[in-house]
Ligand binder design. Structure first.
Ligand code: NI
Length: 257
């Protein structure tokens, strides 16, 4: 269940059965001419909802935290709609979100991440969380916590499908995988923005520096990808694979002491 749709007595009741929580984290950034600005946040949300539906039926319900919607995406700021937190800001956001929830008794935080640019900052945030406890023999009075994350597009089952279905068209940004997943989740909006062809079919490849440089190298926002291959049906398959694999990973993570 989504914590935003719970009452506080429901959260209190949940904590008597489980101290785990799924933390969707994404970004608000351009995803080429055919992908939603919210792609990187929408994908982890859809996967988290799927895991809750799958595991909730047979076990205690799964709690899902509010999505961290804005990420470390400075390089996308050359395109309208993109928003970014600098790394230090995102570290502070993650640390404060985890510590808020830890105060209530949550101690296993499973981040499902939708944006590659968040990865180093998330790892730094986890180190800050642990460091605040490690510098004092008594843990500085803070509750002990475990944080883990998964980049959903990199997990084995999703990568296998993407390789089979898209080959080199998968690319690196505004990929058909992430676009397909959102088209499945939001079919009417997907039908509105989908295009049959893009020119060039495969977007250019190259390094990432600042926003001006990015827009010059990658004029329509894509990197190496052909998101015209994205369909809602493929999105469904990718979502089912991600829910299965990450649901298992979440359960294994909860069993860690
Ligand atoms: Ni993305």
């Amino acid at each position: 269940m989504r914590m935003q749709l719970c009452t506080w007595p429901e959260v209190e009741g949940y904590l008597k059965k489980s101290s785990g929580i799924i933390m969707p984290i994404g970004s608000t950034e351009q995803h080429g001419p055919t992908g939603f600005i919210g792609t990187d946040a929408l994908c982890p949300e859809l996967i988290a909802d799927g895991i809750a539906a799958k595991l909730g039926a047979q076990k205690n319900a799964v709690m899902i935290a509010p999505t961290i919607n804005v990420g470390m995406a400075q390089h996308h700021l050359g395109f309208p709609g993109s928003m970014a937190l600098r790394p230090t800001t995102l570290i502070a956001v993650i640390v404060d979100c985890v510590n808020s929830l830890a105060r209530h008794g949550f101690d296993h935080f499973f981040f499902i991440n939708g944006h590659g640019g968040n990865t180093p900052t998330m790892q730094a945030a986890f180190s800050e969380i642990y460091a605040a406890r490690s510098f004092h023999a008594d843990g500085a009075g803070l509750p002990s916590v475990r944080c883990d994350f998964a980049n959903w597009w990199k997990i084995k089952s999703v990568k296998k499908l993407a390789d089979e279905l898209f080959g080199e068209g998968e690319g690196f940004h505004a990929t058909p995988s992430e676009v397909a997943l959102t088209y499945y989740g939001y079919p009417e909006d997907g039908a509105r923005v989908h295009q049959k062809t893009l020119e060039p079919r495969l977007a250019p490849l190259g390094p990432i520096y600042d926003a001006e440089d990015y827009r010059r190298r990658f004029p329509d926002g894509r990197i190496g990808s052909d998101p015209t291959l994205a369909t809602p049906d493929i999105g469904k398959r990718l979502l089912e694979a991600a829910v299965e694999e990450l649901g298992n990973d979440y359960e294994a993570f909860l069993k860690q002491d």
